[in-house]
Design a protein around this ligand. Structure first.
Ligand SMILES: [Zn+2]
Length: 138
């Protein structure tokens, strides 16, 4: 629980405002309480919070993968997760080729914006083409 509190303390007012707007409803009650306490301690009103989100000065380098495109935070997490298989043949192909089938997903810790998710971005059509090629090689 102290982890949540520490994280909240590390946020700027603007980051806190974005967290509340985009992620608050997904938190458990204990964490929600901590978030509201943090808002109270900083003396931020609802109006001030919504103004922080609305007046977001972020208009910087959107090509930078070190910064969230929505809230401008640098607090990102990159997790390696198993590639989702879109078809049985593809899954079998991965098993026999011995590839790990891992992809990197980058998500904003503050507002939850997903900067990069190969599992989601990948087009089904491309998977289909790849499957055909894999079969032909054998
Ligand atoms: Zn963000």
């Amino acid at each position: 629980m102290s982890g949540v509190r520490e994280f909240l303390k590390s946020l700027s007012d603007r980051e806190l405002a974005f967290l509340i707007k985009f992620k608050y409803s997904g938190y458990l009650n204990n964490s929600k309480k901590l978030i509201l306490e943090e808002v109270d301690e900083r003396g931020l009103s609802n109006l001030a919070l919504s103004k922080l989100v609305k007046d977001s000065p972020f208009g910087g380098d959107v090509s930078s993968l070190n910064q969230c495109m929505r809230c401008g935070s640098f607090k990102l997490s990159t997790v390696s997760e198993l590639k989702k298989f879109t078809g049985r043949m593809e899954a079998i192909g991965y098993i026999f080729s011995g590839k790990s089938g891992k992809v990197e997903k980058t998500e904003c810790l503050v507002c939850g914006y997903v900067l990069s998710d190969p599992n989601r971005d990948r087009e089904v059509k491309f998977d289909w083409v790849e499957r055909v090629f894999r079969r032909k090689k054998k």
